[in-house]
Design a binder for this molecule. Sequence first.
Ligand SMILES: [Zn+2]
Length: 155
Amino acid sequence: MRCPFCGNIDTQVKDSRPAEDHVSIRRRRFCPACGGRFTTYERVQLRDLVVIKTNGRREDFDRDKLERSIRIALQKRPIDPERIDQMISGIVRRLESMGETDIPSKMIGEIVMETLARIDTVAYVRFASVYKNFQAADDFDKFVSELRPETQAEK
Ligand SMILES: [Zn+2]
């Protein structure tokens, strides 16, 4: 981020925190060249993202929908709400930084699963069982058995 005082490009982030409304991140920045301090707000920009469903239909990306599915998966799990917010923002940023406006819904599901797997195994299984739409019980068993090493590692 360019310094608004001296034009130096190499400024440093001193502090990052969610703004009160949790839809933006407030960053305090410092310019080592001139000592200037300024604040930037990072906001989600979703207007351009379009989800391509598996049936080929296009639909505007809906952060609320993503958030709902993640919150359902994490229901009653001992995860700090702030961490969930960070997780959702992280997923959205990842989607936005892929450089494509058209994003297959499958890819979103996979990113969510990957992220949930790192945070909470139970939530991961919940989400994956819905998302992957396991029809055969043995498929699901196989899936859960694949999860087991990770469950143990969590202890
Ligand atoms: Zn400066």
